[in-house]
Design a protein around this ligand. Structure first.
Ligand SMILES: NC(=O)c1ncn([C@@H]2O[C@H](COP(=O)(O)O)[C@@H](O)[C@H]2O)c1NC=O
Length: 533
C-alpha cells in the first residue's frame, strides 16, 4: 500500500457525476442543476428512466462499463471503470497511467442512497425480500468515494443536494465540505450495516459475537440532553417495537431527552400488563411513582395517581389501552408532560388538545415483554450489551417458603408488585394492594432504606388522601432482589404488610424466613432477580 504525497486542491469543480438512488426525491432537480453546471451525469437503470423522462441528459453506467446490469440489479456498478473513476488519486502518475491504460474517467460527484433495508424491516417483510434489500453496489461506491474525498464529493441524502449545488456555484465543493460529506457517508454505511447485522441477530436469536454494531437514523435534534449544557440527539435504530421511538406524536411540544427516556420506561412498564385489564403507569425520572390496574383506564389512573400524587406532578403517563375521554379528562387535571397509549379516541384527543404543550403519543400497539432484544449502555471507552430483561414470573414459578401460604388475592398482588419492581431502579421495594402500588422505594443504596422510603411514601399518600389508616396495612411487598438481612423484611412487617415476594438466595434466607414466620407473613421466592440500574 502506497501513501500518496499529492495534495488535493481546496475547491474541485466537478466534470462528471454518478447518480444511483433508491429514494428519488429531489433527484431530478439535483441532476438538472448539475447538468446546468456542465457536469456529465452517469446513472443506473431506474434513476436513468426518471431522469430521461424529466428531460435531463444522462449516460447509462452500462454504456460506460460495456457491461449490462445483470442478476436483477445485483450487479450494475460493480466494475473497475466505476470504482477506478471513484478511487483514482488525480495527479498521482501511476493512477493516471492506469486510467489511461484502461480507459477510466474520473467521477467527481457520487450521489447514492441505498436500497431501503431499514424500511423493509420496519414493515415486517419476509426474510427473502429483506435480504434482497441489502444494497451491495451502493455502499461499495459510497465507501470508495468517501475514501477518496480528496477528489470526490459524496452525497448520500437529498438533504445535502442544496449544499453541493451552492458549492458548485461558488467554485466547487471545498475540501472541508468533501471531508464532512465523507464522514457522513461512512456513518451512513456503518448504520446501514448495523441495521443488517441487527436484523440477522434477531432472526437467529443470536447473542452478539466478536463484533457489535449499533447504528441509527437521526430522528430529532433535541434542545439539550439531561441538562441544558449537554447536547443531544435522538436516533432510531429501526428495531420493530411499539414504543416511544416508533410512536406517532399527535400533539404537543417537541419531546426532550428526559421525556424520551421516561416515556420509554413508562411504556415498557405498562406493556408488562398486556391488554387484558386496563393498566396505567405514571413515571418520574425513569421510576414509577404509581401504577394501577382497574376496570377502566380512569380507575387504573386514579389508583396510580393515589400512590404518590405529589411526585406525579410533571410526570409521564402510560396507558395499556385506547385512551378514552374519561381518563383523558382526569389526566389533564394534573400537570403532565407526556401521555403515551396504543391509541386515543377522538374525544380523548380533543380533551388533550386543550393543553397545547402536553404531548400525546400513540404507538399502535403494546411492546411485547416476551420479545428478546438487546439493551445497550455506554461506559467510558466501552459498551455494555445485555439481553433485555424479558424474564416474567407467573404463579407457577412461586415457591412458598413460609408456614403460611399467600391467599389468592395476595398472589395476584404479589405478581403485580414484582412485575412493577422489575421496572423500578434498584434497590426496589414496591408495596401493592388491590392491583395498585401504594408505596414505591426506588434507587437506594441499601434495601432497608428502600423499604423505609416505600412505607413513608405510602404514609404521605394516605395523608394526601385524608385517610387515617396506613395504606401499607394489609398490602403485599415486592423486592427486586433478595433481602440480605432481616431488617428490610422487618420494615415491611412494621408497615403492616401481609405477604412478601422476592427472589430468595441470600446466605441469610433462613433468618429472613424466620422473621416472616414470626410475624405471620406469607413469603414466596421467585428464583429470578430484577436488578435495574
Ligand atoms: N449492485 C450494484 O452494482 C448496484 N449499484 C447501485 N446499486 C443501488 O441501486 C439503486 C439505484 O438503482 P436504480 O437507479 O436502478 O433505481 C441505489 O440504491 C444503489 O445504491 C446497486 N444495487 C445493489 O446492490
Amino acid at each position: 500500500m502506497k501513501v500518496s504525497t499529492v495534495t488535493p486542491p481546496d475547491r474541485i469543480q466537478p466534470k462528471r457525476a454518478l447518480i444511483s438512488v433508491s429514494d428519488k426525491a429531489g433527484m431530478v432537480e439535483f441532476a438538472r442543476a448539475l447538468h446546468g453546471a456542465g457536469v456529465e451525469i452517469l446513472t443506473t437503470g431506474g434513476s436513468k428512466a426518471e431522469l430521461e423522462a424529466a428531460g435531463v441528459p444522462v449516460v447509462e453506467v452500462a454504456s460506460v462499463t460495456g457491461f449490462p446490469e445483470i442478476m436483477d440489479g445485483r450487479v450494475k456498478t460493480l466494475h473497475p471503470k466505476i470504482h477506478g473513476g471513484l478511487l483514482a488519486v488525480r495527479g498521482e502518475p501511476s493512477h493516471a497511467e492506469a486510467m489511461a491504460t484502461h480507459g477510466i474517467e474520473g467521477i467527481d460527484i457520487l450521489c447514492v442512497n441505498l436500497y431501503p433495508f431499514e424500511a423493509t424491516v420496519a414493515r415486517g417483510a419476509p426474510a427473502e425480500e429483506t435480504v434482497e434489500n441489502i444494497d451491495i453496489g451502493g455502499p461499495a461506491m459510497i465507501r470508495a468515494a468517501a475514501k477518496n474525498h480528496g477528489y470526490v464529493t459524496v452525497v448520500v441524502e437529498p438533504s445535502d443536494y442544496g449544499a453541493v449545488i451552492e458549492a458548485i456555484a461558488a467554485g466547487g465543493p471545498t475540501v472541508d465540505l468533501r471531508r464532512r460529506l465523507a464522514a457522513k457517508a461512512f456513518s451512513r454505511t456503518a448504520a446501514y450495516d448495523a441495521a443488517v447485522s441487527g436484523w440477522f441477530a434477531r432472526e437467529l436469536s443470536a447473542e452478539p459475537g466478536d463484533f457489535f454494531a449499533v447504528g441509527g437514523r437521526l430522528a430529532e435534534e433535541l434542545r439539550y440532553g439531561e441538562n441544558p449544557h449537554q447536547s443531544a440527539r435522538f436516533y432510531r435504530t429501526g428495531e420493530p417495537r411499539f414504543g416511544v421511538a416508533t410512536a406517532r406524536q399527535v400533539q404537543g411540544k417537541a419531546l426532550s431527552y428526559n421525556n424520551i427516556n421516561d416515556t420509554d420506561a413508562a411504556f415498557e412498564l405498562v406493556s408488562e400488563f398486556g391488554a387484558d385489564r386496563p393498566a396505567v403507569a405514571i413515571i418520574k425520572h425513569a421510576n414509577p411513582c404509581g401504577v394501577g390496574t382497574g376496570a377502566s383506564l380512569l380507575e387504573a389512573y386514579e389508583k396510580a395517581l393515589a400512590c404518590d400524587p405529589v411526585s406525579a406532578f410533571g410526570g409521564i403517563v402510560a396507558l395499556n389501552g385506547r385512551l378514552d375521554a374519561e381518563a383523558a379528562a382526569k389526566i389533564v387535571e394534573v400537570f403532565t408532560e407526556v401521555i403515551i397509549a396504543p391509541e386515543a379516541s377522538d374525544e380523548a384527543a380533543a380533551i388533550i388538545a386543550g393543553k397545547k404543550n402536553l404531548r400525546l403519543l400513540v404507538t399502535g400497539g403494546l411492546a411485547d415483554p416476551a420479545t428478546p432484544g438487546l439493551a445497550v449502555r455506554s461506559v467510558a471507552g466501552g459498551l455494555l450489551v445485555q439481553s433485555r430483561d424479558f424474564g416474567r414470573i407467573g404463579a407457577d414459578d412461586l415457591r412458598v417458603v413460609t408456614k403460611r401460604a399467600p391467599t389468592a388475592a395476595e398472589i395476584a398482588d404479589l405478581l403485580f408488585a414484582f412485575r412493577v419492581a422489575k421496572h423500578v431502579k434498584s434497590n426496589a421495594i414496591v408495596y401493592a394492594k388491590g392491583g395498585a402500588t401504594v408505596g414505591i422505594g426506588a434507587g437506594q443504596m441499601s434495601r432497608v432504606d428502600s423499604s423505609r422510603i416505600a412505607a413513608r411514601k405510602a404514609e404521605d399518600a394516605a395523608a394526601a388522601a385524608g385517610l387515617s389508616g396506613r395504606l401499607t396495612d394489609g398490602a403485599v411487598v415486592a423486592s427486586d432482589a433478595f433481602f440480605p438481612f432481616a431488617d428490610g423484611l422487618q420494615a415491611a412487617v412494621e408497615a403492616g404488610a401481609t405477604a412478601v415476594i422476592q427472589p430468595g438466595g441470600s446466605m441469610r434466607d433462613d433468618e429472613v424466613i424466620a422473621a416472616a414466620d414470626a410475624a405471620g407473613l406469607a413469603m414466596v421466592f421467585t428464583g429470578m432477580r430484577h436488578f435495574r440500574h
